[in-house]
Design a protein around this ligand. Structure first.
Ligand code: GLA
Length: 504
């Protein structure tokens, strides 16, 4: 009996000895934050100290290169198209008693993680089919401006809070809430559905919404009936980032469908497009949809989402874009928000202006990962940057402190200032930074930030913003005039906080 049990266990597990032949199919199952199971497969062939094969994930198969086995340690490289650029990613793994512990590298401020893979067969991997040659589009033709977004777009987007849980009902309830809670009155007009609304195409190739959105046209009518506008999402690639249907080779058809539904805003996310287009074709791929939207005959704000790749500031507006992402995705943390806002926008101010804006990604205000002081910094920074203001929280249930941050009239007036000049960092003293932007009335908006861990006095010097003499100062969050100041204005600023003023 004992022997029988041992024999069964031995037959079930494919044994691994130190320095063993790793050839076979290894599978790691992980759970995504929205509760789905995702499989990563390592199909490996060991040949002495050399390792080849491929890694498969929902994004497709990618060949392993530079694979080496050294005792229990293995290393290999995967070359991946990420956000419009090819990146060489170095992986390491360790053979353990019952599997393969793979170290998945982190990106930006996103930490790496471990994957544990079990061998399910010892068959050598089948050769990968030869890669399909990528499309090189003819150089981009400039698309005429659509005349929209004279100030940075304001509204709401479903992704940060709802991910794949967005539905017709959620969108209607959010629209109702925006009318009731003052968001609409404060200028938040676009109600934008992000990824996961897409269904299959009909026999004529027209895109259909999935069961979460039974009737897009009726939803648009509802949202319009509230005095709001409806936005939608797609990709120039065959699949969206969440693996739904993209607009590849259906650009004009989709633009017409969106217009017929009554869509007012399109976020167009690169995602899988790198699998079909050469990266240098990115501007032309965006211009293709830019042109299709113009031809569809309905005013549709065009939002490019390609994480700042290919120097987008240089061509984003010419592709018909009204705004373009400048970075990877924001997360609801102080580290992520400050990295995107304080560090990654520098030098991009020359590309922003009425009709075409840098987009440091959507707001996380109210999602719970930061304090109210930090969310006020988030709102102030986005406003001094002339960034689009797309709330990303559940607007059906907003604590009063959070709502106050989102709908502050004086801060929004800075974001929406008609001059459309993106602000810049004018001084930095360790963790203390002063940012400023000129305003249409001749005044300046000035943010005094304290990124450090303890309260500190921050000084804004007039000379740093090109002013001399004595100027009136109004504290925007306090809604209070502070008086007239010569040469500079100083204020005590809490840790991770801001004092935002108007100098005039
Ligand atoms: C990308 C975008 C996000 C969101 C998701 C949806 O990650 O950058 O803003 O649209 O795709 O899948």
């Amino acid at each position: 009996m004992k022997y029988l049990r041992a024999a069964i266990i031995a037959a079930l597990l494919i044994p691994i000895a130190s320095g063993a032949d790793l050839t076979g199919r290894w599978v790691a199952a992980t759970r995504t934050p929205d509760g789905q199971t995702r499989e990563t497969v390592f199909a490996l062939k060991a040949d002495g100290d050399r390792l080849s094969g491929y890694m498969s994930s929902p994004q497709g198969d990618t060949a392993i290169s530079e694979g080496r086995v050294n005792g229990d340690d293995i290393s290999f490289v995967i070359v991946r198209e990420m956000g419009g650029e090819e990146r060489k990613i170095q992986y390491t793994a360790k053979i353990t008693a019952d599997g393969l512990l793979v170290k998945m590298p982190g990106f930006g401020d996103r930490p790496g993680r471990d994957l544990f893979a079990k061998r399910v067969s010892t068959d050598p991997p089948k050769p990968l089919p030869p890669p399909v040659p990528k499309i090189a589009l003819p150089p981009m033709q400039d698309v005429k401006s659509n005349g929209l977004a004279k100030t940075p777009p304001m509204g709401w987007n479903s992704w940060n809070k709802f991910r794949n849980k967005v539905s017709d009902q959620v969108v209607r309830e959010i629209a109702d809430a925006m009318v009731k809670n003052g968001m609409k009155a404060a200028g938040y007009i676009y109600v934008n559905i992000d990824d996961t609304w897409e269904g299959s195409r009909d026999p004529q190739g027209a895109i259909r919404s999935n069961e979460k959105f039974p009737n897009m046209k009726a939803l648009a009518d509802y949202v319009h009936g509230k005095g709001l506008k409806l936005g939608i999402y797609s990709s120039p690639g065959p699949k969206t980032c969440a693996q739904f249907e993209g607009s590849f080779q259906h650009e004009e058809q989709d633009a017409k469908t969106f217009a017929a539904w009554g869509i007012d805003y399109l976020k167009y996310d690169w995602c899988s497009a790198g699998r079909v287009y050469q990266s240098s074709s990115m501007p032309a791929a965006y211009a293709k949809m830019g042109q299709a939207l113009l031809a569809a005959g309905r005013p549709i704000v065009y939002s490019l989402c390609q994480y700042g790749a290919q120097n987008v500031g240089e061509w984003g507006a010419r592709s018909g874009g009204n705004l373009w992402r400048t970075t990877g995705d924001i997360r609801d943390t102080w580290a992520s928000m400050s990295d995107l806002g304080f560090e990654k926008q520098i030098g991009r101010e020359k590309y922003a202006g009425p009709g075409h804006w840098n987009d440091p990604d959507m707001l996380e205000i109210g999602n719970g990962g930061m304090s109210e002081i930090e969310y006020r910094t988030h709102m102030s920074l986005w406003s001094v940057l002339a960034a689009p203001l797309l709330a990303g929280n559940d607007l059906r249930d907003v604590p009063p402190g959070i709502l106050e941050i989102l709908i502050d009239k004086e801060v929004i007036a800075v974001d929406q200032d008609k001059l459309g000049k993106q602000g810049v960092r004018v001084s930095k003293n360790g963790d203390l930074e002063v940012w400023a932007r000129p305003l249409a009335d001749g005044g300046h908006a000035v943010c005094m930030f304290n990124r450090g861990g303890a309260s500190a006095k921050v000084t804004a010097r007039w000379s740093d913003i090109g002013l001399t003499g004595s100027h009136k100062v109004r504290d925007l969050w306090a809604h209070a005039d502070r008086g007239k100041f010569s040469d500079e204005y100083a204020a005590e600023v809490p840790s991770h906080g801001v004092v935002m003023v108007r100098v005039h």
